[in-house]
Design a protein around this ligand. Structure first.
Ligand code: TEU
Ligand code: CA
Length: 658
């Protein structure tokens, strides 16, 4: 029987004030993450603050300097954030427990673009069922389906109209039941996407709130009456992630309603216990159907600061979402997550707790540890996005992603985890462009890069999350104009940029480089028009992509797909690759990324050339067995551009790689 989780003993952080030295602020888990994010946004490393001289500056002095440089003083805002978090992550002793989701490889499916089984041009549950053997043969362990619930589809299904019904275009509830049992029959698991920071404005709860704003459902959302003096001014300066104000005026009820995303996605008010009851019921309804857990959409946004105060201008300008400091890590977040875990995911007496993987934009390493520590009774895993853009860049910048920065980020991340911690490993999802195109769009490097990125994710310590098409070395699309795009974020951003005077060429460049549609064009199952995705007209058109369909890559022993297959087989066979300790080698050598993975008497050694140039490497111990390389006939002493090698080390430990 799972023992009832005890609230962790409070590891009190000191309360900070303006007289506190910067080093105490940086020693605080929230302070560390916030400073690292702001530095990362500006393209600076943390050595700016992590030194004796700067560390000794009081926060008052830092505030004055900040006002000098930026005209703003962030200190009071940041002090409020850190002083709201009394806990510090527990170091935890020993190795993390070998739970299934630490060892599994996850595969995210965006069903709309996976496979169409009824020729309406829209991917559906039938399409997933028809390709379940492909996924089982690939060797992934758990599927994550992006939303399949009834939805008007303003935001790719992330605007739910009925949590207990399946979107008509996706198919029927019976097919979900079939998918769950077919996954389990193959020894696989399946998790769904829980979107409960907001609903669709067509959800019954919102419709009832509209009908009776002062009734019980009015308090399910953030409905605010207009200001008496300035009725046209929204309740605060918060901005939506999809451009524009985060407030929508509802003339029929004379209320403002908060929407951190699209206007049709009103935020749920989690302060209301009835909302929390509803979410528990939704989770349990799906758990009774047999799913193994949820990926929880922007779950860190569910606790908003009381009174929803204005956001700081500087943060708003830097992060484009004014107000984010008041909801990305709110005052009751831990409490809400613990309650949800206790009541739905891991209630007393349950034998196999359901997985809680939170999507947590803005959460960093330390706040991530406070949300997922095994001693915390909250989430199991999070998706932090700090690594998805190189320092000083956002998704909207057209730049080349620097794998060396990712290497340093990952080495630092791994070094800060203790026995209570674990991490996810991912590069792609339905919200981001394809990683190969971000690193190096030149076609001659596509296959090597595809194999290198797969080797990195599948041999590094952590839980890998693959995204559909990644195993095929999918790349960005040469969209020619906005009318080829379907994503609400792209359309809103383009319009908002033009309205703010951005020239069309620059607006289009930002949308082309960032559009989520790059990752949402249909999977290519076979060569030729339509790529075997549909016999109808696809809802979103991807271009021809000769030799990169599943059928063609299955036939090619040196394809990226077969490299993924070999990696997955090896990983499944090897405790050292699933749970083993990681030990980095020659970390200071720029462009070279190498590590050991060790568990019991198993030892593997991975070498990556992160650059597009050949790389001289020291002769490797002849006792090491080359298990996998991305280049069939690479010269022994050098690594080819973007080459990845995996060695099995002899079991006696005196051998060392270099
Ligand atoms: O995305 C939340 C999130 O991280 C957004 O900031 C995301 O980066 C998006 O691109 C906005 O710029 C989750 C889902 O993954 C996303 O598909 C949804 O659109 C969003 O929440 C709202 O549900
Ligand atoms: Ca269909």
């Amino acid at each position: 029987m799972a023992e009832r989780r005890h609230l962790p003993k409070r590891r009190v952080n000191p309360v900070l004030d303006e007289a506190s030295p910067l080093r105490d602020f940086y020693a605080h888990p929230v302070g560390r993450d916030v400073v690292d994010k702001l530095l990362h946004q500006q393209g600076h490393s943390n050595r700016w603050v992590d030194n004796r001289l700067v560390g000794a500056l009081t926060l008052r002095t830092v505030g004055r300097l900040s006002r000098l440089v930026t005209g703003h003083d962030l200190v009071q805002t940041l002090l409020a954030l850190v002083n709201a978090e009394p806990d510090a992550p527990a170091p935890g002793n020993g190795s993390p427990a070998p739970t299934w989701w630490k060892q599994a490889v996850f595969y995210q499916i965006f069903p709309r673009s996976f496979a169409d089984s009824n020729d309406d041009g829209i991917g559906d549950l039938g399409g997933v069922l028809n390709h379940l053997d492909y996924l089982a043969d690939l060797g992934v362990d758990c599927l994550w389906l992006s939303p399949i619930y009834d939805s008007p589809n303003e935001d790719g299904g992330y605007d739910v109209r009925d949590y207990r019904a399946v979107m008509a275009e996706m198919g029927a509830l019976e097919q979900v039941d079939a998918l769950i049992s077919e996954c389990h029959a193959r020894g696989m698991r399946i998790i769904l996407d829980l979107v409960v920071n907001h609903t669709s404005d067509q959800h019954e709860w919102f419709q009832r709130a509209l009908a009776e704003p002062d009734g019980p459902y009015g308090d399910y959302y953030f409905l605010f009456p207009p200001d008496q003096e300035e009725p046209e001014r929204p309740p605060n300066n918060w901005r939506s992630a999809f451009s524009g104000s985060a407030w929508r005026w509802l003339p029929e009820t004379q209320r403002w309603v908060l929407h951190l995303f699209a206007p049709g996605q009103p935020d749920l008010n989690w302060e209301n216990p009835s909302v929390r009851d509803e979410v528990v019921d939704v989770c349990n309804w799906w758990f009774q159907r047999g799913i193994d857990g949820f990926r929880m959409d922007v779950i860190n946004f569910i606790s908003k600061a009381p009174g929803l105060p204005d956001g700081h201008d500087l943060i708003g300008d830097m992060l484009e979402v004014a107000g984010v400091e008041h909801y990305f890590y709110g005052p009751r977040l831990h409490e809400f997550l613990r309650e949800l875990r206790e009541r739905a995911f891991d209630p007393p007496g349950v034998l196999s707790p359901k997985l809680m993987v939170g999507e947590t934009p803005g959460v960093g390493v330390e706040t991530g540890r406070l949300l997922t520590g095994a001693d915390r009774g909250e989430l199991d895993l999070i998706f932090s996005f700090d690594h998805l853009e190189s320092g000083g860049h956002t998704r909207y910048d057209d730049y080349l992603y620097d794998l060396e920065l990712y290497k340093r980020y990952l080495i630092d991340y791994q070094s800060r985890l203790g026995g209570n911690d674990w991490l996810t490993l991912f590069f792609e999802n339905h919200d981001n462009p394809r990683m190969i195109s971000k690193v190096n769009p030149h076609p001659q490097h596509r296959v090597a890069l595809g194999k290198l990125l797969g080797t990195l994710l599948l041999t590094m310590r952590g839980t890998p999350f693959l995204y559909q098409g990644q195993e095929l070395a999918a790349v960005n699309q040469p969209f020619q104009s906005l009318d080829e795009l379907r994503d609400v974020e792209s359309h809103n951003r383009y319009r908002s940029l033009l309205e703010s005077g951005t020239p069309e060429k620059e607006a289009w460049a930002q949308v082309l480089t960032s559009s989520r549609d790059h990752s949402r064009v249909p999977v290519r199952w076979s060569p030729g028009p339509g790529g075997g995705f549909t016999r109808g007209t696809p809802w979103l058109t991807g271009r021809e992509d000769p030799s990169f369909s599943v059928a063609e890559q299955t036939q090619d022993p040196e394809s990226v797909l077969n490299h993924y297959r070999r990696l997955l087989v090896l990983r499944r066979q090897s405790p050292a690759l699933r749970l083993g300790e990681v030990e980095f080698v020659d970390a200071d050598r720029v462009g070279y990324f190498a590590w050991f993975r060790t568990a019991d008497n198993q030892r593997f050694f991975v070498q990556l050339n992160l650059t597009d140039k050949p790389m001289q490497i020291p002769q490797i111990d002849e006792a090491a067995q080359l298990m996998l390389t991305s280049h069939a006939s690479g010269p022994a002493g050098n690594l080819s551009p973007y080459e990845a090698r995996l060695y099995r080390w002899p079991d006696n430990p005196q051998h060392r790689g270099s």
